[in-house]
Write a protein of this length. Structure first.
Length: 495
């Protein structure tokens, strides 16, 4: 059982314009990162065929994070995102740390996407100044997001569809090559390539661990569907459908594609920095493969930047409502879009244009920050699970009444926590990720200092009390509905 959102009687509110197909494709877009197209060569070369199990394990674990998030969001439709339920269940500090950390993660990811888009554009149109595609990307995505939330959903729908078509094409072409006995310099295309070049674990345990270290970043954005909670039509139906389909997506798009790639070409032929997609299409005699895959990666990076603009603007809007961000970011346009928060996100993304002309040292520093932001996603996922534990302890009646309970419950939360500890340990095994891991606490120290100043301000306290009172009204309504249903059942009243 879930509650109905409160009517907005004080101020304009976000509108529920994202339909089922939007939510489904946003979830797919979040689950399929640009890293699958360009970064999987590095993952395969590090772990060999065992990378198949790496992606399956990560997808399996993150499915439970998503289910926990789904149960919490649907327990109170007044929650706009996971930042809201963190603030409600763990305390205002959790909403502040989660919201701003998620904002930081996506701003950095968005800047990296703008730089990547400029790079891919140069491959397609040599001689084009780097600042033109960078500036054009930010301008186009800002205009699309300013119109309505439905325009964002429509754009993301088509971006995600391009990714799906590209992966489906790879699987179909690969299967044709395998079943027709295709021959290349590396040997025949056959499923036996998966185990005939050193077995499934050719680089032993540490190679397997290295696969986790790289592959976990490919799942960044899987929680994106959680930021659509306040703008999804019929969330009680559409959010569960999107979350429940995650295992199928991981099996088909990640595991399926990787099995085909390593069957057509032995894993020993893959190299970091080279796209396995381009390599396989080229082997098939498709000369335009490089151009096609570059266009796919370009659209994938545009999709990621689009998601970044959307999620950061909604997160800042939510933070402002709780008193954790300046009040000007609470304002909505006449189209029910948080335009001030959108402008902030786009101004920050423009720094990507500046970074393209920066020196090598700044470039290296930015790579470090990118890795730090990826590590911070693990923090966000952990806060979702910690909020679920608090929910089970403090809102027993809501869990009992829920139609969308997390499988495995509390014990499974601790299993996933143990997995996250393993991932953090895996990050210590390589010098570059170890350095990023050691630098990450700096971000939390900055947030901690800001929180110490902010938490005592009267304006912040007043806005947070308003936020809590709105949630409390919704909880009271839910408790009354549960008691009424219980009494009706006891009196034999049929619904």
């Amino acid at each position: 059982m879930t509650t109905k959102p409160l009517s907005a009687h004080q101020e304009p509110h976000l509108e529920r314009q994202l339909t089922n197909r939007h939510i489904q494709l946003i979830a797919i877009g979040g689950a399929i990162g640009t890293g699958l197209f360009m970064g999987s060569g590095k993952t395969i070369s590090a772990a060999g065929p065992s990378v198949i199990f790496v992606y399956m394990i990560i997808g399996f674990m993150l499915f439970f994070v998503m289910r926990a998030m789904g149960e919490l969001l649907l327990s109170n439709l007044n929650y706009k995102s996971f930042s809201d339920f963190a603030a409600d269940l763990l305390g205002p500090w959790a909403g502040f740390f989660t919201g701003w950390t998620y904002w930081f993660c996506w701003v950095i990811t968005g800047i990296a996407d703008v730089i990547a888009i400029a790079g891919y554009s140069k491959e397609l149109w040599p001689g084009l100044p780097l600042w033109i595609p960078g500036l054009a990307t930010v301008a186009i995505l800002l205009l699309l997001n300013l119109v309505t939330v439905k325009a964002f959903g429509e754009t993301e729908f088509w971006f995600a569809l391009i990714k799906i078509i590209a992966i489906a094409a790879l699987i179909i072409v690969g299967l044709f090559m395998i079943f027709t006995g295709f021959q290349s310099d590396a040997g025949p295309a056959t499923f036996t390539n998966l185990w005939s070049h050193g077995g499934m674990f050719p680089n032993e345990f540490m190679g397997f661990v290295a696969g986790f270290q790289i592959a976990v970043f490919a799942f960044v954005g899987i929680e994106l569907v959680g930021t659509t909670a306040a703008e999804a039509k019929d969330p009680e139906k559409n959010l569960p459908k999107a979350i429940n389909s995650i295992p199928i997506r991981v099996l088909l798009f990640y595991v399926g594609a990787l099995i085909i790639l390593m069957s057509v070409t032995p894993w020993t032929q893959f190299q970091a920095g080279h796209s396995p997609f381009i390599a396989m299409f080229s082997l098939a005699g498709l000369g335009a493969a490089a151009t096609v895959v570059n266009l796919v990666v370009l659209s994938s990076a545009m999709s990621s930047a689009n998601s970044g603009i959307y999620s950061t603007s909604r997160m800042v809007y939510g933070l402002a409502q709780e008193g954790d961000a300046p009040s000007l970011f609470r304002n909505l346009s006449t189209r029910k879009v948080p335009q001030n928060a959108l402008f902030l996100s786009c101004v920050l993304l423009l720094s990507g244009v500046v970074l393209m002309y920066a020196g090598q040292d700044i470039g290296k520093a930015f790579e470090m920050v990118t890795t730090v932001s990826a590590v911070c996603f693990v923090f966000v996922w952990s806060i979702i699970l910690a909020s679920y534990l608090a929910f089970r302890r403090r809102r027993v009646h809501l869990h009992a009444a829920s139609n969308y309970r997390m499988p495995g419950g509390v014990p499974m939360v601790w299993v996933v926590f143990a997995f996250f500890a393993f991932v953090l340990w895996a990050l210590t095994t390589q010098p570059d990720t170890l350095m990023a891991l050691l630098v990450t606490p700096v971000w939390f120290l900055v947030l901690g200092a800001a929180w110490l100043v902010l938490r005592r301000r009267p304006a912040h306290l007043a806005r947070y009390e308003t936020f809590k009172s709105e949630l409390a009204q919704d909880l009271d309504a839910e408790a009354s509905a549960i008691r009424r249903d219980f009494n009706d059942a006891g009196n034999g009243v049929k619904k």
